[in-house]
Design a protein around this ligand. Structure first.
Ligand code: SF4
Length: 486
């Protein structure tokens, strides 16, 4: 039954997007002089749009005051709603593009968050990418101390409220951030704006990316990915180290640590290379495109197969398909055509209509497929619903044999470190052995990139491989910590 191939969530999202989703991109610029903050944040967030499409917001530092604007929708929708653009010109700006998970889709959870310091003198604003595993616990504690929260359940607001709490007469912003990070556990890359200074910091495992660069000798840039820095004409310097804090103000830029080096380790999310990041970005100074191409090369070396054509599932499966083609000599052809304008939200059509529009997002060039032996490569297989749909499309187009390849190992566990994933029970590789998945997908053969090869391609073990292994750099249950009242 075709209808069984296309299960749809009960909500309005028709195109059941069978992928992991990153939960946000963050961007910030600080200059010692006035700059075009509105254009810079618009371009920076636009470059990071792939990291979140549900909401967007920014805070500008202008003459010592912080002004914010945020709204639902894509980056350009948010900026289109600004009526008085002049008031958002200043010398520093931070922004956020959101994909909601922790805290849901409430408007109250849109970042940046802002508030006053402990003494009510300074305004502070923050943007955060990641997920705290102990946010609920800290929030409860803070609420019991009488601290109010605006959002319904945002873990980012927990970081803000802790920093606010520790910003008393005796603590600088740096000290308040250091105290805050003693209590928070999980994945966090954060940019803070306050009192004519900007601070950026990263958790001791460096799970979510954050890099910095410069626009000119007076302006510093922080961005989730280097494509953000490129988009404003800046140059990349390096990624923040795990557990590092950088603070820039009118006088200088200071590099400091939240933890001693021996208490930090690099465990950046390996899925950034597989799917999340843009292929034109560098993450930890490693070219994302090259990693994807090498995954394709290794896939062929692992499991050679004879075929007429290699296809990559647009967009993130394409570099692996090119790599596979290079090593195998099987021609790569971009014959799965993607509708680039498809959004995430479709009005739910009736079942009858759903069965007719399976080619809405991806449509094959029929003559290139009919009677052919096809290798099709996707970056990963999550629930398997997209893969089944693709195989159905190719079979309908007349493919004689279909060999499916995943450019990453089987996904067997969900993520709780800042990525929206299906539950374990919905992950096809958690529930089924490879032979069974072959049958479910209706393919002639199925192979995944091995863990050994992924580790070799990435150059070691300094990564989180949690969704492939079930072992995470931060342990949700065993993480014992104490929380001290002020
Ligand atoms: S479990 Fe680790 S590797 Fe997987 S998505 Fe989450 S942070 Fe990335």
């Amino acid at each position: 039954m075709i209808s069984q191939l296309f299960p749809v969530k009960k909500d309005y999202k028709y195109y059941d997007d069978d992928k992991f989703h990153d939960e946000c991109g963050i961007f910030g610029v600080y200059s010692t002089e006035k700059i075009d903050t509105l254009s810079l944040i618009q371009f920076g967030l636009f470059a990071l749009q792939h990291r979140g499409q549900e909401a967007c917001g920014f805070s500008v530092l202008r003459d010592g005051f912080i002004l914010s604007h945020k709204s639902e929708g894509l980056v350009l929708d948010c900026f289109r709603k600004i009526s008085n653009s002049k008031c958002y010109q200043g010398n520093a700006v931070i922004g956020h593009t959101r994909y909601s998970t922790e805290g849901g889709q409430s408007k109250k959870n849109i970042q940046p968050f802002f508030g006053k310091d402990y003494n009510g003198k300074s305004t502070i604003s923050i943007v955060h990418n990641g997920n705290l595993v102990n946010a609920k616990y800290i929030r409860k504690k803070l609420e019991s101390e009488g601290i109010n929260f605006i959002s319904e359940s945002s873990d980012s607001e927990v970081i803000l409220r802790l920093i606010q709490k520790y910003l008393d007469n005796n603590s600088s912003l740096e000290e308040a951030i250091k105290k805050t990070t003693i209590y928070i556990k999980g994945a966090y890359s954060v940019i803070v704006l306050m009192d004519n200074k900007i601070a950026a910091f990263r958790d001791p495992n460096g799970i979510r990316p954050l890099c910095y660069g410069m626009l000119d000798d007076k302006s510093y840039i922080f961005s989730s990915e280097t494509c953000g820095i490129d988009s404003v004409g800046g140059f990349y310097i390096r990624d923040l180290f795990p557990g590092e804090i950088i603070i820039a103000d009118k006088k200088s830029i200071q590099f400091s640590v939240l933890r001693k080096k021996e208490h930090t380790r690099k465990r950046i999310c390996s899925f950034e290379y597989i799917y999340f990041s843009r292929p034109d970005s560098l993450i930890e100074n490693i070219n994302v495109y090259e990693i994807r191409e090498r995954c394709g090369e290794k896939l062929y070396e692992q499991h050679p197969v004879k075929a007429d054509v290699v296809i990559g599932v647009p967009d993130s499966g394409v570099p692996a398909a090119i790599g596979y083609s290079k090593v195998s000599g099987i021609p790569f052809k971009p014959i799965l055509v993607k509708n680039k304008y498809i959004g995430r939200s479709f009005i739910l059509p009736k079942q009858e209509m759903r069965e007719k529009i399976v080619n809405l997002k991806l449509n094959p060039i029929l003559d290139e497929i009919k009677g052919k032996h096809v290798v099709i490569i996707d970056d990963s297989i999550v629930r398997g619903t997209t893969s089944r749909r693709l195989v159905y499309i190719l079979r309908k187009a007349g493919a004689k044999k279909i060999h499916f390849r995943s450019a990453s190992p089987p996904i067997i566990a969900p993520c709780y470190l800042g990525v929206d994933t299906p539950r374990k029970k919905d992950l096809i590789s958690y529930n089924h052995m490879k032979k069974n998945i072959e049958k479910i997908l209706d393919v002639d053969s199925l192979e995944f990139l091995s863990m050994e090869n992924l580790i070799e391609i990435l150059g070691g073990y300094n990564y989180c491989f949690g969704c492939f292994t079930g072992n995470y750099p931060v342990h949700k249950k065993n993480d014992i910590f104490t929380y001290e009242k002020k």
